[in-house]
Structure formats: structure tokens, C-alpha cells
Design a protein around this ligand. Structure first.
Ligand SMILES: NC(=O)c1ccc[n+]([C@@H]2O[C@H](COP(=O)([O-])OP(=O)(O)OC[C@H]3O[C@@H](n4cnc5c(N)ncnc54)[C@H](OP(=O)(O)O)[C@@H]3O)[C@@H](O)[C@H]2O)c1
Length: 148
């Protein structure tokens, strides 16, 4: 595609809601011939249970990659995975992994789970989970090992 931002002109007007001229993630993948192009690759998206994380996981699944995403509520995680599975043209895996970033041990366990599920493979990591404009929070749990 030509130019540093081929969609720049589409952002010149005010948003008109769903269906306006701005490209969806799927459109960007189509324009870059990326649909089905990442079969066999492993992707992890943190915070895949809502917002940008869900959209990112869904788009990357359409590339054919095996997509894992973190969830702090596995019921919500399974529901998200099922929704993506039903809608996505991708044939790769889409699976939630339990992780709550308030606990460093949970983060480490999530990393172990991912590597166990993928045979130590990870090609793309999207560090998405979190909130913006909230007061700084401290970890609720840290093991003695973490503090060394
Ligand atoms: N939206 C924006 O305009 C905007 C602008 C600038 C930056 N960002 C950044 O983009 C990222 C996603 O934003 P978003 O609007 O899509 O947010 P969102 O809809 O609130 O989704 C955040 C995701 O992170 C997860 N999460 C939140 N706290 C967590 C924790 N302690 N441990 C593990 N997972 C946690 C949420 O899980 P649950 O589903 O369980 O809540 C959810 O999956 C954030 O890092 C945000 O700071 C967003």
C-alpha cells in the first residue's frame, strides 16, 4: 500500500459511528493480504475480554494464527473465545488464559500456561491489558520469591 498512512484521508471528517468510512481491523488485514497469512504463528493478547483487546484478538485470529488472550474471569474468557470462533474466518486456535495483573504470581503462571500450551512458542505479544487514567495501584499479592 502507498504512503505512510494510506487511511489518513478517511480520518479527516468527524466519526459517524459504525459503518463510517474508517477502516475496520479486518479491512486493514484484507488490504495488506494478511488474511490467512499467519498460519502456524502464535499470538498472545493480554486483556482480550473486552474493548481493543477483543478486537485485536479477533483480527489476529483472521490471519490464521493461533491466538491466546488473557482473561481475569475465565467464564468471560470462554464466552469471548466462543464469539470469536463463531465469527472469524480464521481456523487457528482461540483460547483464553487466566491472568490477573494484580498478582505477579498470576502473571508468571499465565506465562507458564501459554508456553505449555504452545510448546514454548510465541511469535507476537500484544501488551494491551490495563486501564488508562486510573490511580496507580500496587500488586495485591507478591510471593516471597518475587520480592528477592
Ligand atoms: N480506549 C481508549 O481510548 C484508550 C486510549 C489510550 C490507551 N488505551 C489503553 O488500551 C488498552 C485497552 O483499552 P480498552 O479501552 O480496550 O480497555 P477495556 O475495554 O477496559 O479492556 C481492558 C482489558 O484489560 C483487562 N484488565 C483490566 N485490568 C486488568 C488486570 N488487573 N489484570 C488483567 N487484565 C485486566 C480487562 O479485563 P476485564 O474484561 O476482566 O475487565 C480487559 O480485557 C488499555 O491498556 C488502555 O489503557 C485505551
Amino acid at each position: 500500500m502507498a504512503g505512510p498512512n494510506p487511511y489518513g484521508a478517511l480520518y479527516a471528517s468527524e466519526p459517524k459511528g459504525p459503518g463510517d468510512a474508517r477502516p475496520t481491523a479486518l479491512r486493514v488485514l484484507e488490504d495488506n493480504n494478511a488474511l490467512g497469512a499467519w498460519q502456524g504463528r502464535v499470538v498472545l493478547v493480554t486483556g482480550g475480554t473486552s474493548g481493543i483487546g477483543t478486537t485485536t484478538a479477533q483480527a489476529l485470529h483472521a490471519t490464521g494464527a493461533d491466538v491466546y488472550f488473557t482473561a481475569r474471569d475465565m467464564t468471560k474468557g470462554e464466552q469471548t473465545a466462543e464469539t470469536i470462533r463463531k465469527q472469524s474466518p480464521g481456523k487457528g486456535k482461540i483460547e483464553p488464559i487466566l491472568m490477573n495483573m494484580e498478582s505477579l504470581e498470576s502473571v508468571k503462571q499465565a506465562a507458564r500456561s501459554l508456553l505449555s500450551l504452545t510448546g514454548n512458542k510465541l511469535n507476537v505479544l500484544i501488551n494491551n491489558a490495563g486501564k488508562c487514567q486510573v490511580p496507580m495501584q500496587l500488586l495485591r499479592q507478591q510471593t516471597a520469591t518475587d520480592q528477592r
